[in-house]
Design a protein around this ligand. Structure first.
Ligand code: F6R
Length: 612
């Protein structure tokens, strides 16, 4: 969602800020803005893309060595120039950028209006800007103190950066519930909502904690306080991010690059955990919680979107291999439906970004009931990773394409490792069966590599079906979550309506949709309920539906029935999701490209959904 970048130091700020905004484009946004401070404080904003902002300001004097910049994903007020950030305070002394939502903005605005403030925008952000100005004037305090006092009056989530015309050497930054990272250069500072705009300048960073305010001064001082006025010592960490991970590396889109990275990203999520030579699995991050997990009466999984689909694969895996009951919940439903949570429950929160607001809220709820919370996150140091008692990172590397691809397969890999580890501890699998699955998991990266070669048939299918209005995806058992994920991928990047169903549910409703126009994607690999799925394919063919089937290499039965088949290598039933997902990602990608869609930044979507 919204993105923040700010700079103070000896260099010209504009190139750093505009470059930073481009690095943040992947998060999803609908307007952009920048404030530069030289002899005056100037704010420039545009509806649309960062390139639109560049066009608007190309003939302006953009000189200045301190500034703040923002990409906005509209929450309060439509996406237009007025509502874009930065926002000036009434006197234009202060400018502020903000990620998050100020929940009590209406009452704060009313109070400020009664004191003569007039608002230009419909945003909660402008309210906070004027609140800071009001406190600064009435309490006669500096900007650092005014921000600190103001944030004590705020209910909601925020990551903010503030500058003042009267203090041209200082950035004030603060966070609660929305991430903010400070980069420490040799003689300068960078602030951003994630590390992507910072990594090319410095690897030394400080992650702000909730309710912390930082005063960042040009003369190399960084002071951090809590909003309750307790001084904190900045904890400097090293970024593990590499710049090459943020570039397209010769691919046309980030999504395609990330699809092709999967042999490596899956291997990276197994590295140091799967020891094929020793025949063991270890997950260091959760080692202290293994006993809790194997004695738990149930495991709850909370997640959203694609991560929820990974959770569903996890449910099948953990129940199948380790015989522990698992319930998978949409975090957004869980948090509001008064769920029964016991102290001995173990909750696993899954999130690529580690910033999803609903998942964070579900964690807080479960924590308040005394449950143990484990995280499976991709982004190191993210809010969810910090909010959980322990966890394991997926190590898929930065995912820039908005549609999740390599993060999903990394999550499934980690859940497979977890299920195997729990099975080993509980003794629910024989040694030989355990080793069989473990060795096959070890071979999965090579099989993913092989699966990625199925390009010709996928582009043929994409050409044939790129103009249809609907798609159906069907699978059973482990392949049901794959069907859901295939449908989600297609709808989010190509805007074709697609639904995923358990194949047997088809006759309870969706079968009514099937006619000669309807493409139906079956994940029909050769294990588990294969015969049943073959019957489901017959039902679709009998109604003249067009069948696209993902089959195991060498299949002849489905091949004889389907209009198109995509072959994937033979593997264990529980590992099929790691292979079958790949051609579905590619199919969505090619259809979206053929339809002229913005694959990496689909309309209305954001990479990290930091509001509910
Ligand atoms: C789909 C997609 C979303 C996310 C969802 C959760 O391609 O990316 O459905 O999976 O918003 O995000 P995380 O995993 O960051 O919590």
């Amino acid at each position: 969602m919204c993105g923040i970048v700010a700079y103070v130091g000896p260099k010209e700020a504009y190139p750093i800020l505009i470059n930073g905004l481009k690095r943040l484009e992947y998060r999803g946004y609908d307007s952009a803005g920048i404030a530069l401070l030289n002899s005056s404080l100037n704010v420039y904003k545009a509806k649309g893309k960062v390139s639109d902002l560049e066009d608007i300001i190309k003939d302006t004097d953009l000189h200045g060595t301190i500034g703040i910049a923002h990409t906005r994903w509209a929450t309060h007020g439509e996406p237009n120039q007025v509502n874009a950030h930065p926002h000036y305070s009434q006197s234009k002394e202060i400018a502020l950028i903000h990620n998050g939502i100020i929940e009590n903005y209406a009452s704060l605005r009313k109070e400020l209006e009664s004191r003569g403030y007039v608002f230009e925008s419909s945003t909660d952000t402008e309210v906070l800007t004027n609140l800071i100005e009001d406190i600064k004037i009435n309490e006669n305090v500096d900007l650092f103190e005014a921000v600190r006092i103001a944030l004590n009056q705020v209910i909601g989530a925020y990551a903010i950066v503030v500058i003042s015309r009267n203090d041209p050497d200082t950035l004030i930054a603060a966070r609660k519930g929305s991430p903010l990272v400070i980069g420490i250069g040799t003689d300068d500072y960078y602030v951003a909502s994630d590390a992507t705009p910072i990594v090319e300048y410095t690897k030394n960073v400080v992650y702000l904690d909730d309710e912390e305010v930082a005063q960042i001064r040009r003369n190399n001082t960084l002071k951090i306080k809590t909003i309750r006025n307790h001084e904190k010592t900045p904890y400097v960490q090293q970024l593990e991010l590499n710049l090459s991970a943020l570039e397209k590396g010769g691919f046309e889109h980030f999504m395609l690059k990330e699809i092709y990275e999967q042999p490596h990203s899956i291997r990276d999520s197994m590295r140091g955990r799967l020891h094929a030579d020793l025949g063991t699995v270890s997950l260091g991050g959760i080692i202290d919680y293994e006993q809790k997990l194997i004695t738990a009466q149930r495991i709850l999984v909370v997640a959203c979107g694609t991560s929820w689909h990974a959770g569903l694969v996890g449910e099948y895996l953990i129940e199948d291999l380790a015989r522990i009951p698992v319930e998978v919940e949409y975090a957004s439903e869980f948090r509001y439906r008064n769920p029964v949570i016991y102290e001995h429950d173990v909750v696993i929160a899954i999130s690529q970004s580690g910033e999803t607001a609903d998942t964070l809220a579900a964690i807080e709820l479960a924590k308040s009931k005394g449950a143990t919370i484990l995280g499976i996150c991709n982004v190191v140091g993210s809010s969810i990773a910090r909010a959980t008692h322990a966890g394991s990172y997926t190590h898929a590397g930065p995912e820039i394409g908005v549609a999740s691809t390599k993060a999903f397969t990394a999550q499934v890999t980690l859940l497979t490792l977890l299920a195997l580890r729990l099975a080993q501890l509980k003794g629910t699998l024989s040694k030989s069966r355990f080793l069989q699955i473990l060795n096959e998991l070890d071979r999965i990266p090579e099989k993913v590599e092989e699966t990625l070669k199925t390009s010709e048939v996928v582009t043929r299918i994409a050409t044939q079906f790129k103009d249809v209005r609907n798609f159906l995806y069907l699978g059973r058992g482990y392949n049901f979550p794959v069907a859901l994920e295939g449908a989600l991928k297609l709808k989010e990047i190509s805007y074709i309506h697609a639904e995923g169903y358990p194949a047997a549910e088809m006759k309870h409703g969706p079968i009514a949709l099937i006619d000669e126009e309807m493409p139906v994607v079956f994940i029909a690999t050769n294990k588990g309920t294969y015969d049943k799925v073959v019957s489901n394919i017959q039902e679709v063919k009998a109604r003249k539906g067009k069948v696209i089937a993902i089959v195991t290499k060498g299949d002849t039965i489905v091949k004889g029935m389907a209009d198109y088949v995509i072959e994937i290598p033979e593997t264990e039933e529980m590992l099929v999701p790691l292979l079958a997902t790949i051609p579905l990602q590619k199919l969505s990608y090619h259809i979206a490209v053929m339809r002229g869609c913005n694959v990496d930044q689909p309309r209305n979507l954001a990479k990290s959904v930091t509001v509910e």
